[in-house]
Ligand binder design. Structure first.
Ligand code: KG4
Ligand code: ZN
Length: 374
């Protein structure tokens, strides 16, 4: 009970909450324990993540069936590790929160079924968490930043601009009409013969690249909606690469640096448009741009967003890398935030492969599989 006493004491007698989070929506198996004080401060007591890169590397992308099997094999052990590291026993928990969507259904089923078993066995609350909401609320845990704010979510499966009005209240301003940004990095890396996951590989190669040798498009520049598109950019890289084949190391580096520049300019333009649309909907004092998802680690993009935020009077917030990429601390935190509002779920809650944060958002014109997914 040592750790359970900590959120209690933070409250000056009033009890805080302890939540176990579980994340299995894609290719990371993760578990974490987070404490939330009654004042709303969050503390990560443990954060265990096991990436499945080795299992998927030879395929150059995530294979759903392999991912689900890997979750089955290691989730119990990862949960045990997270509980041990936090110094917490199951009866100390107030709730167990699991990502219940959107994502690969096999993995989601593993995480949700495990969470239900824990909730049932230990008579604690169950919170079914939307993975995108977990990314969206992470700044509350890391910086104590509360909604409303503007959110740019850029990961392997999602690319969205949203106004976060509050827990459970989101307004989507833009989405991708084709590939997610992380997916564009991964596909570009694959076609250039770089490793998986592609984002870090492209960034590493780009470090040795020189600008100006190639011309790549800036997708969606100046469009009135705040939507994204990356399929054309990736195809343009393919055409330039095919024209030059076989590629030397410096060709790859020069293509990567140009790809990053095109992405940075395109994304900054789309975020600028979202800031215009958000306009009065964001009250004064809410001029915060939060960037979440694995691609937020990209330095070229971060630089462009820092410049943009400075120009537009916004403050930029990027959670630390380990809480930006997929993790279970963000799931536990979203669970704690929902628990506080009484938003718990029944044991009959079913995992959802698709689960939009803003159900009222109309599909983006020309939305392919990825655009519709989010
Ligand atoms: O959020 P995340 O860990 O998982 C998903 O929910 O998808 O994001 C993973 C994505 C991958 O596509 C990966 O290539 C990309 O984030 N990524 C990066 C960088 N680090 C990870 N993309 C560009 N630059 C990076 N440094
Ligand atoms: Zn994610």
């Amino acid at each position: 009970m040592m750790v359970a006493a900590s959120p209690d004491s933070a409250a000056g007698g009033e009890r805080g909450t302890l939540v176990l989070g579980i994340e299995t929506s894609c290719d990371e198996t993760a578990a974490a324990v987070v404490a939330r004080s009654p004042k709303g401060d969050g503390r990560v007591l443990s954060n265990v993540v096991r990436a499945q890169w080795e299992e998927h590397r030879r395929y150059g992308g995530v294979v759903p069936e392999i991912a689900a099997r890997a979750h089955v094999e290691c989730l119990d052990g990862i949960i045990g590790e997270a509980m041990r590291e936090a110094g917490v026993a199951f009866p100390d928990l107030d709730a167990v929160a699991a990502t219940a969507g959107p994502g690969l259904i096999g993995g989601l089923l593993v995480g949700v079924a495990t969470a239900k078993a824990i909730a049932l066995a230990h008579e604690i609350d169950l919170v079914a968490v939307n993975h995108l909401e977990a990314h969206a609320l992470t700044v509350g845990l890391t910086e104590g930043l509360r909604p409303p704010y503007l959110l740019l979510l850029i990961s392997g499966g999602h690319t969205q601009l949203l106004i976060v009005h509050g827990v459970g209240r989101y307004q989507r301003l833009g989405t991708t009409i084709d590939d997610a940004l992380g997916e564009a990095f991964d596909k570009t890396a694959k076609l250039l013969g770089l490793g998986f996951p592609g984002g870090p590989a492209v960034e590493k190669a780009a470090a040795a690249g020189k600008r100006g040798r190639f011309t790549l498009p800036r997708p969606m520049l100046g469009r009135s909606e705040a939507h994204f598109s990356f399929a054309g950019l990736k195809t343009a890289v393919r055409h330039q690469a095919q024209a030059l084949a076989p590629l030397r190391e410096e060709d790859v580096a020069d293509l990567c640096v140009e790809f990053e520049a095109a992405v940075a300019e395109s994304v900054a333009d789309r975020v600028r448009r979202a800031m215009e649309i958000a306009g009065e909907r964001l009250p004064d004092g809410a001029r915060h741009l939060v960037v979440a998802g694995g691609v937020a680690a990209n330095k070229a993009l971060r630089g462009a967003l820092t410049d943009l935020a400075g120009q537009e009077g916004y403050t930029l917030h990027v959670p630390p890398a380990e809480l930006c990429t997929d993790n279970a601390a963000m799931v536990a935190w979203a669970g704690a935030e929902r628990l506080r509002l009484g938003l718990t779920d029944g044991l009959d809650f079913e995992a959802r492969a698709r689960w939009p944060l803003d159900p009222a958002a109309v599909p983006a014109l020309g939305a392919g599989k990825q655009g519709a997914k989010a």
